[in-house]
Design a protein around this ligand. Structure first.
Ligand code: BG6
Length: 312
């Protein structure tokens, strides 16, 4: 019988970047770069490649990785022009925390690894706060759970946005649909009035051009905890998204989670040097986040944003 792989293996690529392989007893694996704590691959036990990463992605630490799951923090887009687009988390090197003792309720026997980021590793003078970010990546046979927690370790409140910027491998954009946003409010970032939202009446989202929308759950018909579902030619992928605010005394409340849906389509993809040719046909970003306005986190409080991906 073949020997089981260790749960966490770490190596260095030709550019000196730390690359972590997470292995589940079922045979499912994930690859994570310490740079940005970016997951670049999740292959399920049945061999499905759930994520899309551009073959032209820079993997040498000079640029945010194009594809997989970059993390946007502390801003989404570039409301503060002094800071990089999507913040500094995806271009900072996170620390792999050895031997984590974390259990993940969605997966019984998960393989888990944990990365940490703090101001000594990633910060900016435009956002000079005392924080600790923890990112837990857990995999099972056909499931991946990503939890990004931001704790305020200082003595003044701060505000931020964050986003789990997942690029899904959908094989063919022309036959892919997304459900789960009926009744949600939607901001069309590339429409004529990007700051105005309207209710989305579509039961089924189809993509036939450049799409860059933020779905806000206000008014949504379904319970907040219901996942949205990406229907691809290779099978469905469900994406659960939840967020929790835990105050300094341990009191917890749910936060509504926004979802960005993005595909750059032909021209915008061609303008990105790290976007592989024709890649726009094979990817769709469905990105859970707290982006519709900044979240305020009081001293010693924490906000945890969670994504649960299931290949079905
Ligand atoms: C999405 C944004 O989350 O990320 C888009 O809604 C943006 O507006 C896209 O173009 C990609 O951003 P970047 O910085 O990785 O090219």
């Amino acid at each position: 019988m073949a020997e089981e792989r260790p749960t966490i293996e770490s190596c260095t690529n030709e550019s000196g970047q730390q690359v972590v392989t997470l292995s589940h007893s079922s045979g499912a694996t994930a690859t994570i770069y310490a740079f940005g704590a970016t997951v670049t691959d999740f292959t399920t036990a049945s061999g499905r490649q759930v994520l899309w990463t551009s073959s032209k992605a820079k993997l040498d630490g000079t640029k945010a990785i194009r594809g997989g799951i970059p993390l946007a923090f502390p801003q989404f887009g570039q409301p503060d022009k002094r800071m990089a687009q999507h913040g500094f988390a995806r271009i900072s090197t996170w620390e792999l925390v050895e031997e984590p003792s974390v259990s993940v309720s969605e997966i019984e026997d998960a393989a888990v690894c944990v990365f940490k980021l703090n101001p000594a590793m990633g910060t900016h003078e435009a956002w000079p706060f005392a924080y600790e970010a923890e990112y837990v990546i857990a995999i099972g046979a056909e499931t991946m759970v990503n939890t990004l927690s931001i704790r305020n370790t200082g003595d003044e409140a701060f505000s931020f946005q964050c986003l789990i910027h997942t690029y899904f491998n959908i094989q063919d954009i022309t036959t892919t649909t997304v459900t789960g946003f009926q009744g949600a409010l939607v901001y069309d970032k590339i429409g004529e009035t990007p700051d105005e939202c309207s209710p989305d009446g579509n039961q089924l989202i189809t993509i036939d051009g450049n799409v860059d929308r933020v779905y806000v759950p206000e008014g949504i018909d379904a319970p907040l905890e219901d996942p949205c579902v990406i229907n691809t030619p290779g099978g469905n992928i469900s994406v659960g998204r939840t967020a929790l605010y835990v105050d300094a005394e341990g009191g917890a409340r749910n936060l509504p989670v926004d979802t960005v849906v993005w595909n750059p389509w032909i021209e915008k993809a061609a303008a990105m040097a790290d976007f592989e040719e024709g890649g726009w046909q094979r990817m769709l970003c469905v990105e859970p986040g707290l982006v519709n306005g900044p979240q305020t986190c009081e001293p010693q409080a924490a906000i945890a944003l969670k994504q649960v991906i299931r290949a079905e």
